[in-house]
Design a protein around this ligand. Structure first.
Ligand SMILES: [Zn+2]
Length: 459
């Protein structure tokens, strides 16, 4: 493996770990965890050495900085995108449109916030006594955002609380009495088109195409069941994307969803189009087959494969030929390991050879095994969702270095997890299929225009 490849590998696995850790504090989004498994785009481009066992992964890891939680919270709730970490700036100014912003911390009540802001207990009582809208203020949560304006004597003039992404609760105090109203914020969704060609990694190609990391992950997530973004990506692969950008009160708020996308991987074309079915939004290939599969191709974001599925492998510790019935994914100690599919934990235990290990029973007679965890996160008998963290990469049991040994067993037979045909979910049929064709046609037309335009643009 080239040093370049190793470096990219480390950077992205480090990033994956950090994002996971960071996000873990905020939400436990199942899909998000899966997308994280796919962000190790860079490493696929240098040829992978599947026999390296001595590679040390404890070397210096390049750290990529992520926005901190406070900043991201502000920009999410506050459409103005101002970063006003310092409340004193606003307090000094007498400008009416200046707000003192407060982010609720763990265990903090509105009562505590009012005291901190120097507002009277009487004004809090007036606010709370108002109506059913203000009753929501009794259950404020860490991360919630308040903003205050005050009179020159420091007393409460206005208070703003984000009820959700599009609504504020606004309290106005005239000095004697408080009034509540709900303010609706204007949301505007715009469809954007972009395309990119991969030279070194999907991440960089996405950046050059003006995509956020989050959108790059959505793109990878969308095709992640068909394309192995760790091993299959090549320089020259291309993507064409139509996606949403969401604006609030005239300011960019966040990326929306992908509307449609084409991914050309090693000259093979994959396409997906968004479709609303019932109350669900799903993505389908042009033929009406869902993009979603019942198993993840790889259950973690790994650095590289240190030992492939091999029935005649020479075992490095046992020093004899012993079938390798799974795949060893080398990854830094502590890398989260995800349930490859929905199922029930039939074993979560420690043994001399397997170390801390987990076995999951899935539908259709599939069993998946995960060995050598540093520690386990699930209990025997527990149900797990696809993408749920079940443990962390380690080297317990018969293991030289931190890695995940992963097995996929179908009807009692070990199969190669990288190549086994993954069962697809139900395709669209009947009216739903014709509805889909109708909805997808303009999107597919746009995508082919994008593709045609890129042909003329490329040298
Ligand atoms: Zn193994």
């Amino acid at each position: 493996m080239s040093t370049h490849g190793v470096k990219i590998t480390r950077v992205f696995s480090s990033l994956a770990g950090r994002i996971l850790h960071y996000r873990g504090q905020l939400t436990r989004t199942r899909l998000y965890l899966f997308t994280v498994t796919l962000i190790v785009f860079g490493l696929a481009l240098g040829g992978l050495d599947s026999h390296t066992e001595d590679e040390t992964i404890t070397g210096k890891v390049m750290l990529l900085s992520l926005p901190n939680r406070h900043d991201s919270g502000l920009s999410r709730i506050d459409g103005s995108l101002e970063t006003t970490g310092d409340n004193s700036v606003a307090s000094i100014s007498a400008e009416f449109d200046q707000w003192d912003r407060v982010t609720v911390t763990a265990g903090q009540s509105l009562d505590a916030i009012f005291r901190q802001q120097g507002f009277s207990a009487a004004s809090l009582q007036q606010v709370m006594a108002l109506n059913k809208e203000t009753s929501q203020l009794r259950k404020i949560r860490p991360g919630d955002q308040f903003a205050f304006q005050r009179y020159t004597d420091g007393s409460l003039r206005r208070m703003r609380y984000a009820l959700d992404e599009t609504h504020y609760l606004l309290i106005e105090h005239n000095g004697r009495q408080a009034y509540a109203s709900i303010e609706t914020r204007e949301i505007f969704t715009e469809a954007r088109e972009t395309s990119g060609t991969i030279t070194s990694s999907l991440f960089l190609a996405g950046k050059q195409a003006g995509l956020s990391d989050n959108m790059v992950m959505k793109l990878a997530n969308l095709f992640g069941w068909d394309i192995d973004f760790v091993l299959d990506i090549r320089a020259g692969d291309r993507f064409f994307l139509i996606y949403e950008k969401i604006y609030r009160d005239g300011n960019f708020l966040r990326d929306g969803e992908i509307i449609g996308a084409t991914f050309i991987n090693r000259d093979e074309k994959f396409q997906a189009v968004r479709f609303h079915t019932g109350d669900m939004t799903q993505y389908f290939a042009p033929n009406g087959h869902t993009m979603h599969k019942s198993f993840l191709r790889a259950p973690l974001s790994f650095s590289y494969i240190s030992s492939n599925f091999n029935p005649k492998r020479f075992h490095p510790i046992l020093k004899r030929v012993k079938a390798h019935k799974g795949i060893d994914y080398r990854a830094p100690r502590g890398t989260p390991v995800l349930a490859a599919g929905e199922g029930r934990v039939i074993r979560s235990a420690y043994s001399k050879n397997n170390g801390h290990h987990v076995i999951i029973q899935h539908a259709n007679n599939v069993v998946t095994k995960y060995l050598h965890f540093t520690n386990r996160k699930v209990k025997q008998g527990q149900r797990v969702e696809q993408g749920e963290v079940i443990g962390y990469v380690g080297s317990t049991g018969l293991a030289e270095a931190p890695h995940l040994h992963y097995e996929f067993i179908l009807n009692g037979v070990h199969r190669n997890p990288r190549t086994v045909d993954l069962p697809a979910a139900e395709p669209l049929d009947g009216t739903r299929l014709s509805d889909f064709h109708q909805a997808a046609a303009p999107v597919l037309t746009r995508l082919s225009h994008l593709e045609a335009a890129s042909m003329y643009a490329s040298p």
